[in-house]
Write a protein that binds this ligand. Structure first.
Ligand code: SF4
Ligand code: SF4
Length: 163
């Protein structure tokens, strides 16, 4: 499915998700990078070395979820916009999703936005919890969105009202 549509199937996504035990421990990166391309900023930007150094620049990232603290530096540094952070411990009923955002103007804290899945379909609404946009992120902001728990593993983009 990934090769035909660019959208991974549930089976293709499975390796991107850490164990259920790790998901219960707090924020963690989800790396949806499935193709061998010459690219490694995810590994070089991770302060925890949770994304191991590449042996070959074309490697697929080797991620050790137990070493990740969910800081989202890799989210801002991935040119393929292929990394997200999920925090399923945010509340009993909600998941926090940290996602890359390269449009202007940036959303604002408290704003309600439509949330969109990997295929571009609007699947519900979310609330902007925080926007990170320091100079070190080099124009890729990281937007923190709170969504209903059932949507957390599907939401990969936001659409602002009026977009
Ligand atoms: S979220 Fe932070 S600790 Fe985790 S892989 Fe990305 S950069 Fe490393
Ligand atoms: S930086 Fe992004 S696109 Fe490049 S290898 Fe890492 S996850 Fe894949």
């Amino acid at each position: 499915m990934l090769k035909k549509t660019g959208v991974p199937s549930k089976e293709e996504l499975m390796p991107a998700f850490p164990s259920e035990e790790r998901m219960k421990e707090g924020p963690v990166a989800i790396i949806e990078c499935f193709q061998n391309i010459p690219c490694n900023p995810c590994a070089t930007s991770c302060p925890q070395d949770a994304i191991r150094d590449f042996i070959d620049i074309n490697d697929i990232p080797v991620f050790v979820a137990e070493d990740c603290n969910g800081c989202a530096l890799c989210v801002a540094n991935c040119p393929g916009l292929a990394i997200f952070v999920l925090d399923e411990t945010f509340s009993e009923t909600e998941t926090l999703v940290k996602l890359p955002y390269e449009f202007q103007p940036l959303p604002t804290q408290g704003e309600v936005v439509d949330v969109v899945d990997r295929g571009g379909e609007t699947v519900g609404q979310g609330r902007v919890h925080r926007v990170q946009n320091p100079k070190s992120f080099d124009k890729t902001a990281v937007v923190w969105i709170v969504v209903p728990r059932a949507l957390g593993r599907d939401v990969r983009f936001i659409r602002r009202k009026g977009d």
